[in-house]
Design a binder for this molecule. Structure first.
Ligand code: PLP
Length: 402
């Protein structure tokens, strides 16, 4: 099998594919011709081998209820072992149509309305939403920024756990949007606080394959045997292989009682089997997608280098928070000295860009923007050129007024 889809410079037209990132600008209050770098998917075709396997399955022509067996589990477990040295058992696996669905089920299964759930802002905003949509209360132990790097305030974390009678912590590992890949030591300090206080750790590891720094991802579950009883690990091929629209994720829950509670909740939601094509794509990606994955990571890393150099040379007022993981880059724009409305006006109306504004990731995100760099270099440059011009003009206007 030969991999054919590794020319990531070749831009693929995503318009008119009902694509959330490009086809819904007007509906979502953006100019129709906006350049789009928001939601977390890639502008790249997935592995051609995955596509071949899907085409083969489509040719069969029957899309009845589909289950997974040993072959599927071995594909998923093989990937996790090879890439993260994580050992999982088949009976731990519960499949869901996405990680956010799993988070909703976990919250419903293991907490009561009104319970407080701990998160770390700035954070991928659906975490807060899913907690609140289920009638639970968010408590954030905000990350803090020091010399361009985000850290955990353990004292604050522990205090919040104890004072709020926290029973669940939603961990984002690696962290979206700040790009930290938490180290074993950092995770262990959090884990031990959770262990001592009967807190369940839901570790969302959807970005674990997307490491761009000189670090390794540590699965929370792999750190200590005791963590098996307090953790739920959410994995997925969706970010790694650009398969989000196929809605497939693999959740590992070693503790039987927790797992059964989770499964009951999933059943109560009326959900049973996965989407057939999601299964085919996931299995193929994990079995045959290595070459594509390595190529896409090389391309994303070179886009990151390009972005870093571009900002340094052309827009020194915008600082890149050096990511260790994810293709989502967190940009510090506080030096521009704009309030939230002015910043939004600059980005959307003056620069014509659709980014994710930092404030939606929590108060700690104000003055920041998140940009998705999983796109062709040319399109990335186009966006940066627009940003440069808009900032120059904006700053020029400000100087003139002053
Ligand atoms: C940290 C994190 N978790 C979950 C998701 C969404 O996953 P899914 O589409 O499987 O629900 C995303 C998507 O951006 C994400 O960044």
């Amino acid at each position: 099998m030969v991999e054919k889809n590794t020319d990531f410079d070749k831009a693929v037209d995503r318009y008119n594919t009902d694509c959330l990132k490009f086809d819904f600008a007007k509906k979502r209050g953006k100019p129709e011709d906006v350049l789009s770098y928001w939601v977390a998917d890639m502008d790249f075709q997935t592995s051609s081998i995955v596509l071949d396997k899907m085409t083969e399955r489509i040719s069969h022509g029957i899309f009845g209820y589909t289950e997974t067996g040993e072959r599927y589990f071995n594909a998923v477990a093989g990937w996790l072992k090879k890439h993260h040295d994580l050992d999982v058992k088949e009976e731990w696996l519960v499949k869901t149509p996405g990680v956010m669905f799993a988070l909703a089920m976990v919250i419903k299964a293991l907490t009561e309305p009104g319970d407080r759930i701990l998160i770390q802002e700035p954070l991928y905003y659906p975490f807060k939403q899913v907690v609140e949509d289920n009638g639970r209360v968010v408590v954030s132990s905000d990350l803090y920024l020091k010399n361009g790097r985000y850290y955990i305030d353990y004292e604050d974390f522990e205090k919040k756990v104890v004072n709020n009678h926290i029973r669940m912590f939603l961990l984002c590992n690696p962290h979206n949007p700040v790009g930290r890949v938490w180290s074993r030591e950092e995770l262990e300090r959090l884990g031990d606080i959770c262990l001592a206080n009967d807190v369940i750790v839901v570790s969302d590891e959807i970005h674990s394959d997307l490491i761009v720094g000189d670090v390794k991802h540590t699965p929370f579950l792999s750190i200590k045997k005791e963590y098996e009883d307090i953790s739920i690990t959410c994995t997925s091929p969706a970010k790694t292989f650009n398969l989000a629209g196929l809605q497939i994720s693999n959740i590992f829950i070693p503790n039987r009682t927790i797992r059964h509670g989770f499964e009951r909740q999933r059943d109560a939601a009326g959900y049973s089997q996965l989407n057939t094509m999601g299964i085919v794509a996931c299995e193929a990606a994990y079995l045959y997608g290595e070459e594509w994955y390595e190529a896409v990571m090389t391309y994303i890393k070179s886009n990151l280098n390009f972005l870093r150099d571009y900002l340094k040379e052309n827009i020194s007022s915008v600082r890149l928070i050096e990511p260790e993981g994810t293709y989502l880059v967190w940009l510090d724009m506080r030096e521009l000295n704009l309030n939230e409305d002015e910043l939004e006006d600059l980005i959307v109306n003056k620069a014509g860009l659709w980014l994710d504004r930092g404030a939606i990731f929590g108060r700690a995100g104000e003055g920041f923007e998140r940009i998705n760099i999983a796109t062709s270099r040319e399109y990335l440059k186009q966006g940066l050129d627009s940003l440069k011009e808009a900032i120059e003009n904006y700053t020029g206007i400000c100087n003139y007024v002053i």
